[in-house]
Write a protein that binds this ligand. Structure first.
Ligand code: DMJ
Length: 593
C-alpha cells in the first residue's frame, strides 16, 4: 500500500476505510468526543498514580535512574554480566577468533621475511633492528612463540624453535634492561617451555638468561639495577635517574624468577626476586601507595610521583599475581594487594565532572620553600592503567571472594565488601578505557586527561566532554599523548572481564578495537604500525611494531574470542607481557610474611 494513503488514513482517525469493522461504522456522532475525554482522564489518573508511587517509593526509582545513568552504588550482578544464567563455559566465536589468528600471521610472516632474529621490527621500511650494537637476544621471536603455540601455528613454531636452538645468543656484551628482558624473554621462554610440553631448549635458555641477569640484584639493598651487561654481568646504574630504579621495574620479575626456581629446584632465583618485595614492604609509605622511584642503595622510596601508569603499574599487578601464582598460599601478597587497593580507592580513584567516568588520577609531590611536601592530584591516566579494570575484577573474585570459586558472573553474597568495591571499580574502569576509544580512528590515545571543575575549560569545547588529549591542536604535529602504539592493556582487561562474566558486551568491545587496528594500523605489505594521532584519519603511521603486538594484543584478542576453557584463569597466571605461566603449589618454604 502506498505510504501516502497510509498517512491519510492515520489522520482521519474515525473515517472508516473499506473492510473495517461494522461496529465502528455504526458509532454515534458524539462518540469520539466522549472517547477523547475518557482517554485524557485516564492519562491524568496514570500520571497521578505514577507521581504517588515515586513519592511513597523513592528508592527503587532513584536506583533505576542511577543505574540507567551509570552511577549506581548498588550491587547489581545482572548489570555486570550479560547473563542472568550462570555459565562456566562459553564457546569460541570462531570467525572472529580466526580473524585475529590471521592478523597474527600477517604480523609474524612479515617479521620473519624481513627481520628474523632481530629484536624489533619496522614494518614500513621492512627492516629489523637490535636493542644494542652487540646483537639481538630474540626479543621479538621469544615474545611471539607462545602465541604461535596457542594458535596452533606448527610450521611457524618449528622455525622459531630452530632459530632458538641454532642462532639465539645471550652472550651479548652490552647493557640490557633488566625488567624488559625478564618479562619478554625470560617470561616468553618459560611460557614456551610449558606450552610446548616441556621442550628443554626453552628451559635451558631460560636458566642461562636468568643466570646472566642475577648480578643485577647485587646491590646494597637487593633491588636490581635497571640495566645489566649480559656478557660481563656488570650492572649499570641508571644514567637518566642516577641512584634510582623504577618501582614497577624491580617488582615485576617475580613471577618469572619464582617459576624458574620451581622448575629447576634451585632457590636462588626465588630468593633474589622475593627479597625485592621484602624491601618494598619494609619501605612502605604511610598511605599504602608506592612512589614510582626507589633508591637502589638504601631500598627506600624516592620522592616521586604516585601513579598506576608507567613505572607504577605492574607493581600492583604482580602483588595479586604472586598471590595467585602459588595458589593463594602466600598471605603476604594478599595483604599487600588488599592494602594497596584500599589506598588506591582512598587516594586515586576519581569521577569526572559531567558523565561521572571512573578513572585513576596521579599524585605529584610538591615541596614548598620550607621543605614541606604536599601532593597534587593530576587528572591524567596512561593507557597502561587500563590493565587495572580487569585486574581489579580478577582480584575481587579471589582476594574478595567469600566462596570459591565464585559464579560467573559473581552473585550477590559471594563477594566481601572490598570484593564488591573492587569489582564495581573494575567494571567502571573497563568502561572508561572503552570510552576513550571514541576517537576518529576508534583507537585510544597513550595518555588521557580528564575534566576537573578547576580546569577552566569550556564544556562546549570538549568532544567528548569529559576527557581530552592534552596539547593536541589542529594542524600541528600531534603530541606524544595522542599516539596508539598497539598497546594491549584495554584488550587484556576485556579478556579478563569476559572470562569472569561471559558478557558478550566485552567481546563486542574487543571486536571494535580489532577492526580499528585492522583499518588503521595494518601495513599492507605485512605487519602493523603505531598510529601517531588517534584523532586523525587517514592515520599517520610510525615505522614500528612493538613486540607486545604479537605477545599481548593479538593473544588477548584471540583468547577473548576463543573457547573460554583455553588457558583458564584458575590454572594460569599471565605475566605482564601476557606469557601464561601455570599456577603451582610451592615447594619452597619462604617464611616471608
Ligand atoms: C608491556 O611491555 C608490558 O605489559 C608492561 O608491563 C608494560 N606495558 C607494555 C605494553 O603496553
Amino acid at each position: 500500500m502506498p505510504e501516502v494513503e497510509l498517512r491519510k488514513r492515520k489522520k482521519g482517525q474515525l473515517s472508516t476505510p473499506a473492510g473495517s469493522t461494522p461496529s465502528s461504522k455504526q458509532q454515534p456522532a458524539g462518540y469520539s468526543a466522549v472517547l477523547q475525554t475518557y482517554s485524557r482522564l485516564l492519562y491524568i489518573a496514570f500520571v497521578l498514580a505514577g507521581l504517588c508511587f515515586v513519592y511513597f517509593n523513592p528508592t527503587p526509582v532513584i536506583n533505576l535512574l542511577d543505574s540507567w545513568i551509570g552511577f549506581s552504588e548498588q550491587w547489581d550482578p545482572s548489570k555486570l554480566g550479560v547473563g542472568t544464567p550462570i555459565s562456566t563455559y562459553t564457546p569460541a566465536d570462531t570467525p572472529k577468533r580466526d580473524a585475529v589468528g590471521a592478523a597474527f600471521k600477517h604480523a609474524w610472516s612479515a617479521y620473519e621475511r624481513d627481520a628474523m632474529g632481530d629484536d624489533e621490527y619496522h614494518p614500513i621500511s621492512r627492516t629489523g633492528s637490535n636493542l644494542t650494537k652487540a646483537g639481538g637476544i630474540g626479543y621479538t621471536v621469544i615474545d611471539s612463540i607462545d602465541t604461535m603455540l596457542l594458535m596452533g601455528l606448527r610450521d611457524e613454531h618449528a622455525r622459531a624453535l630452530q632459530w632458538v636452538a641454532n642462532k639465539m645468543s645471550l652472550d651479548r656484551d652490552d647493557n640490557f634492561n633488566t625488567f624488559e628482558t625478564t618479562i619478554r624473554v625470560l617470561g616468553g621462554l618459560l611460557s614456551a617451555y610449558h606450552l610446548s610440553s616441556g621442550n628443554t631448549i626453552y628451559l635451558e635458555k631460560a636458566v642461562e638468561l636468568a643466570d646472566r641477569l642475577l648480578p643485577a640484584f647485587d646491590t646494597p639493598s637487593g633491588l636490581p639495577q635497571s640495566t645489566i651487561n649480559l656478557a660481563t654481568g656488570k650492572s649499570i646504574p641508571n644514567a637518566e635517574f642516577p641512584g634510582l630504579v623504577g618501582t614497577a621495574e624491580v617488582s615485576t620479575l617475580q613471577l618469572e624468577f619464582r617459576y624458574l626456581s620451581y622448575l629447576t629446584d634451585n632457590d636462588i632465583y626465588w630468593r633474589k626476586a622475593e627479597n625485592v618485595i621484602r624491601v618494598i614492604k619494609a619501605a612502605r609509605l604511610p598511605h599504602g601507595l608506592a612512589s614510582v622511584f626507589m633508591n637502589v642503595e638504601e631500598g627506600q622510596y624516592a620522592l616521586s610521583a604516585i601513579r598506576l601508569g608507567s613505572r607504577g603499574d605492574s607493581f600492583y599487578e604482580y602483588l595479586l599475581k604472586q598471590y595467585l601464582q602459588t595458589n593463594g598460599s602466600e598471605a603476604v601478597y594478599r595483604d599487600m594487594y588488599d592494602n594497596a587497593m584500599g589506598a588506591i580507592h582512598e587516594h586515586l580513584i576519581q569521577k569526572t565532572v559531567n558523565t561521572k567516568m571512573t578513572y585513576t588520577a596521579e599524585l605529584i609531590p610538591e615541596q614548598n620553600p620550607n621543605g614541606q611536601i604536599s601532593w597534587r592530584l593530576i587528572p591524567k591516566q596512561d593507557h597502561l592503567v587500563c590493565f587495572l579494570g580487569g585486574s581489579l575484577m580478577l582480584g575481587a573474585t579471589r582476594t574478595g571472594a567469600l566462596v570459591h570459586p565464585v559464579s560467573v558472573p559473581p552473585q550477590e553474597g559471594e563477594l566481601s565488601a572490598t570484593g564488591k568495591r573492587d569489582w564495581k571499580t573494575g567494571v567502571e574502569l573497563v568502561k572508561t578505557c572503552m570510552d576513550t576509544h571514541d576517537t576518529a580512528t576508534g583507537l585510544s590515545p597513550e595518555i588521557v586527561h580528564f575534566r576537573i571543575p578547576s580546569d577552566g575549560m569550556s564544556r562546549k569545547a570538549m568532544v567528548p566532554s569529559d576527557w581530552y588529549i592534552k596539547g593536541a591542536r589542529q594542524g600541528e604535529f600531534p603530541p606524544y599523548d595522542a599516539r596508539y602504539m598497539l598497546r594491549p592493556e584495554t584488550v587484556e582487561s576485556l579478556f579478563i572481564a569476559f572470562r569472569l562474566t561471559h558478557d558478550v558486551r566485552y567481546r563486542d568491545y574487543g571486536w571494535r578495537i580489532f577492526q580499528s587496528i585492522e583499518k588503521h594500523c595494518r601495513v599492507e605489505t605485512g605487519g602493523y604500525a603505531a598510529v601517531v594521532n588517534v584523532d586523525e584519519v587517514p592515520a599517520r603511521l610510525e615505522d614500528k611494531m612493538e613486540t607486545f603486538m604479537m605477545s599481548e594484543t593479538l593473544k588477548y584478542l584471540y583468547l577473548l574470542f576463543d573457547d573460554s576453557r583455553t588457558l583458564p584463569l584458575d590454572q594460569f597466571v599471565f605475566n605482564t607481557e601476557a606469557h601464561p605461566l601455570p599456577i603451582f603449589n610451592p615447594t619452597i618454604r619462604t617464611g616471608f610474611s
